[in-house]
Design a protein. Sequence first.
Length: 204
Amino acid sequence: MFRRNYSSALLEDAVDQLASLPGIGRRTALRLALHLLGEPRENVEQFAGSLVRLKRDIRQCPVCGMISDDGTCPLCDDPRRDPTLVCVVESLRDVLSIENTGQYNGLYHILGGIISPIDGVGPGDLRIRELIERLETGIITEVVMALSTSMEGETTAYYLYKQIARFPVQVTAIARGVGFGDDLEYTDELTLGRSIANRQLFKP
């Protein structure tokens, strides 16, 4: 017997998979599944194939940690961007949020998370060593801390500050237009853009 009276185990399985996505409830999942069911088979196969290729073929930029189809990402390869300026963020979503503001023209460094002992995430689990290696090239003159303003984000920023203090670089942080505890991806573009443009010296 099917829990939702779908009359089809295949439909129920599709709904379960779609409902596992963030922000998708079962009602929306059912609507999406029925929409796909009504589409031509080749359209659905193309849709499914794009997701498989996304997971199978996507690469990580060896420089900044951004996603890339092949080798270094377009941001790192862009000669118009300032190679002396590096913005440190937690995740890919933060890069996309900052890029949408149009207020930043430097490079990025994605840590892949923030220090959170309660979640078992320590400094060794993040891309901190790769950041140090970039600083050792002597090209970077400013590091912008653009981490979430939660306790974990502040702890991570302080740890990074101590690690890079020996390098002759200016360490700044996004202005407090982003409220304490806020994640960058949920901050509106205008506020985030102003926070990037009005960044201040980092004060541990």
